[in-house]
Design a protein around this ligand. Structure first.
Ligand code: MIC
Ligand code: SF4
Length: 649
C-alpha cells in the first residue's frame, strides 16, 4: 500500500508511537515560529525551562500582531522579544517586515521539514510541502528546547483537485468550498492532503491560501506536494537549494477522498459569523457594504495584491466604502511599489496599512455599527473586528474588490475581463528586517518592561474537585469568545492578572466577577469548544481565575492541549444529552478525580449536587496527558521529569 505525503514526512520525524490514527505520537520539530501576541508568554515559559539556547534547526520570533503602539505595552514587548531572540539564538522579524506566515513561506519554509508555530495558521507553509502545525506557546517552548511535539496521529483525507479555476474564481473559493462541505468541525483529527491534476494549475501563494484556511475546518494541518511549481517559487525567492520534490505514492491510501473540480467552482462567501457559513456570492448579492479589507495571512501575497490593484486600475472605491489594504510582507509591498501597482490603490482611494495582521485581529479598522464588512481574511467570529454587532463576510480578493467598487456585495464575474497576474521572474530579496542572533548570547540581558509579569505555576491536581458552574455555552465557542483580542486587550498578553479580567467579557460581562467571588469553578461547553486560535491565554487566564475543569461535548485540538498544559481538566460527556442536565450556578463535585487519573479510569462520574443527579464523563486523554494533568501542567511535568534525570528535552 502506498504512502501519503503527510505520513512520509511524519514517519521521518517520528520518535515515539506509531502512525495509527488516534494514537499519541511524538515528533521531532525542525523549525518553530512564534508571533508577538503568543510569543512573550512562550519565551517566559522557555526561560522557566532553563535551557541556554534553542535546539531547533531554526526558530523565528515574528512581530506582526501587536503593532499599534497606543501605550508603552506593545513597544516593551517588542524590546523584550528582541533581547530574548539574541540571547537564546532566534531570528527576530521586526515590526513592519510582515505577517509571520507570509514571511515564513517566503524566506524559511522547506519541503519535507516540520514546523511548529504558536499560531493556528502555521499550516500556511504546508503550501510548499511542509508538515506545519499550530500549537500553544508552551508546546512551542518545549520544542525550542529540543523536546518532541505530541499529538494524536491524524487521519489523512485526500483532496483530489481536477480542472482549472475559471477567471474571477480564486484559491480562496477552493477552501471556502471545502468549508461549505465539511464545516468548521469536519477536519478535526485530520490532515487535508491535496493531490490530482488540478494541483499544478495553482501557484504556491494560491496553495498557501488553501492550507492557511484549512485551519478553519479544525484540521491538524494541510499539505500540498512539492513539485516544479514549488521549485519555481523557490527560484523566485533565490533559495532553490532548499527545494526538493515530494509527493504521495501513486497508490497512496487516504481515509476519505474529497473531489473538487476547479473548473466548476464559483465565487463563494462566508456570511457572519462563522467561516463555515458559506454560500455562493450570488445568493447575497446586492447587500450594502461599508467596509472592505484586503490582507491577512490568507490573502496578502504578491499575487493577491496585484490582482486587487489590477482590478482597481482605472476604477474608484465606492464613496460609501472604506477600503483598507495590508500587504503580507515588505517584499510584497516593495514589489508593488517598484512595479507601479501601488498607485492603482492610491488612485482608487484605498487606505494603505502597514505589513501586519492589523484589522484581522481587531488592531484598528473596526467597522461601523451594524455595517457589512467584506474581508479577505479567514475568521469572522462575532466581535473579532472590534465592533460588537459586526457583520463580517469572508471572500476572495476578487469578490472583496468588486464589493469595494460597487458598494454592495457583488459577484466579481460581472466586472468584465479577468486580469491575469504572473509572479515576477525573481522577487527582490532584502532580509534587512530580520535580525540574526550573535554566536553567543550569554552576556545579553533580557529587557523587561513593567507590562511583563511573571508566570504563575499551578498546584498538582487535588484529590477531588468541587464548585459552581460559572458559565454554560453552546457549540463552536471560539477562543475569540473565551479570551478576546483586539487593540485594547491584546497588549495585555504578557500580563496575566490584567488580561484575565476580560475572560468571556463579550459573552457574559459578569463572568470574571462570579469566578472571583466563587474562587473559581467550572465551565460547560458544547461541541468543538475552543475552536479557532492557538492563544493559550484562553486556558492560562481561566486557570488564573481558578477554573478547575471544562466539561464539554467535544473540544478543538489546540485548545484542549492548552487546557492540559495549564492543568485545567478537559472532560467530555459520555452521553451528550447530559449537557442538558447541568446549568449555570449548579454546584458540582468530581469525587476522587486524582485517583481516577492515577488508575487510568476511562469514565467516572460528576455529582450535580443542585439537581441531585450523577453524570458520566470521560477524560479521553493519553497516558502522558493524564500525567501532565496530575502534575498541574506541562511546566511542572517537564521540570519534574528533568529533575528525576529523565531526558524530556
Ligand atoms: C488569530 O488569528 O486568532 C491569531 C491572533 O493569529 C491567533 C493567535 C493569537 O491569539 O495570538 C491564532 O490564530 O492562533
Ligand atoms: Fe494575523 Fe489574522 Fe493571520 Fe491571525 S489570522 S496570524 S491575526 S493575519
Amino acid at each position: 500500500m502506498g504512502k501519503t505525503l503527510a505520513y512520509k514526512i511524519l514517519e521521518s520525524h517520528l520518535v515515539e508511537g506509531s502512525l495509527k490514527p488516534g494514537s499519541e505520537i511524538g515528533i521531532k520539530v525542525d523549525q518553530t515560529l512564534t508571533q508577538d501576541a503568543t510569543g512573550t508568554m512562550a519565551y517566559l515559559q522557555f526561560e522557566a525551562l532553563g535551557i541556554p539556547r534553542v535546539k531547533t534547526e531554526l526558530s523565528v520570533s515574528y512581530i506582526d500582531h501587536n503593532t499599534l503602539q497606543t501605550g508603552f505595552e506593545n513597544a516593551d514587548d517588542h524590546r523584550f522579544l528582541q533581547s530574548v531572540a539574541a540571547k537564546y539564538g532566534l531570528v527576530l522579524s521586526k515590526p513592519g517586515n510582515g505577517i509571520c506566515h507570509q514571511l515564513h513561506l517566503e524566506r524559511f519554509s522547506i519541503p519535507g521539514k516540520t514546523l511548529l508555530g504558536s499560531d493556528s495558521h502555521t499550516p500556511t507553509s504546508g503550501g510548499v510541502g511542509m508538515i506545519a502545525i499550530g500549537a500553544g506557546g508552551l508546546d512551542v517552548a518545549v520544542a525550542m528546547g529540543g523536546g518532541l511535539f505530541y499529538l494524536k496521529c491524524p487521519e489523512v483525507i485526500g483532496v483530489k483537485l481536477t480542472g482549472k479555476l475559471p477567471g474571477w474564481v480564486a484559491a480562496k473559493d477552493v477552501i471556502l468550498e471545502i468549508l461549505r462541505r465539511i464545516g468548521v468541525k469536519g477536519g478535526r483529527g485530520k490532515i487535508l492532503e491535496y493531490f490530482g491534476p488540478g494541483v499544478k494549475t495553482l501557484s504556491v501563494p494560491e496553495r498557501a491560501t488553501i492550507t492557511n484556511m484549512g485551519t478553519e475546518t479544525g484540521a491538524t494541518t494541510s499539505i500540498f506536494p512539492s513539485d516544479e511549481i514549488t521549485k519555481e517559487f523557490f527560484e523566485k525567492e533565490s533559495r532553490v537549494k532548499d527545494w526538493k520534490e515530494l509527493k504521495a505514492d501513486p497508490d497512496a491510501e487516504y481515509s476519505e477522498i474529497i473531489e473538487i473540480n476547479l473548473s466548476e467552482l464559483e465565487p463563494l462567501i462566508a456570511k457572519p459569523s462563522s467561516p463555515g457559513n458559506v454560500v455562493p456570492v450570488k445568493e447575497v448579492e446586492g447587500l450594502e457594504v461599508q467596509q472592505v479589507c484586503v490582507g491577512s495571512c490568507t490573502n496578502s501575497s504578491f499575487k493577491d495584491l496585484m490582482t486587487a490593484a489590477k482590478i482597481l486600475k482605472g476604477r474608484k472605491v465606492s464613496p460609501k466604502v472604506s477600503m483598507t489594504v495590508s500587504p503580507g510582507s515588505k517584499q510584497v509591498l516593495e514589489e508593488i511599489t517598484k512595479n507601479g501597482a501601488l498607485v492603482y490603490f492610491l488612485e482608487a482611494g484605498a487606505r494603505m496599512l502597514e505589513c501586519a495582521c492589523g484589522p484581522c485581529i481587531g488592531m484598528g479598522q473596526s467597522p461601523p455599527t451594524g455595517a457589512i464588512s467584506v474581508r479577505t481574511f479567514n475568521r469572522n467570529f462575532k466581535g473579532r473586528s472590534g465592533t460588537k454587532d459586526d457583520q463580517v463576510y469572508l471572500s476572495s480578493v476578487e469578490t472583496a474588490v468588486a464589493c469595494a467598487i460597487n458598494g454592495k456585495i457583488t459577484d466579481p464575474r460581472s466586472l468584465g475581463d479577468y486580469p491575469k497576474v504572473e509572479l515576477p521572474e525573481k522577487f527582490e530579496i532584502d532580509n534587512s528586517l530580520f535580525i540574526w542572533p550573535p554566536e553567543n548570547g550569554e552576556n545579553i540581558k533580557i529587557i523587561r518592561g513593567p507590562n511583563i509579569k511573571s508566570l504563575p505555576i499551578k498546584e498538582p491536581l487535588s484529590v477531588s474537585l468541587s464548585g459552581k458552574i460559572l458559565i454554560k455555552v453552546g457549540d463552536d465557542i471560539s477562543t475569540d469568545e473565551i479570551m478576546p483580542a483586539g487593540s485594547k486587550i491584546l497588549p495585555l498578553r504578557s500580563n496575566l492578572p490584567a488580561i484575565s479580567n476580560f475572560v468571556f467579557s463579550r459573552v457574559d460581562p459578569d463572568f470574571v466577577k462570579r469566578a472571583k467571588e466563587n474562587n473559581g469553578g467550572f465551565i460547560i461547553g458544547g461541541e468543538n469548544y475552543g475552536q479557532g486560535s492557538s492563544r493559550e491565554h484562553a486556558a492560562l487566564a481561566p486557570m488564573y481565575l481558578g477554573i478547575k475543569a471544562v466539561i464539554a461535548k467535544s473540544f478543538a485540538r489546540i485548545h484542549k492541549a492548552n487546557l492540559i498544559n495549564f492543568g485545567i481538566v478537559p472532560l467530555e460527556f459520555v452521553n451528550k444529552n447530559d449537557y442538558d442536565q447541568i446549568d449555570k450556578d449548579d454546584e458540582i463535585e468530581i469525587p476522587d478525580i486524582r485517583k481516577h487519573f492515577e488508575t487510568g479510569d476511562s469514565e467516572f462520574i460528576i455529582k450535580n449536587k443542585t439537581k441531585g443527579i450523577e453524570i458520566k464523563v470521560k477524560p479521553d486523554l493519553g497516558e502522558r496527558m493524564k500525567e501532565i494533568i496530575l502534575e498541574g501542567g506541562l511546566l511542572n511535568y517537564t521540570k519534574r521529569k528533568h529533575n528525576n534525570g529523565i531526558q524530556t528535552l
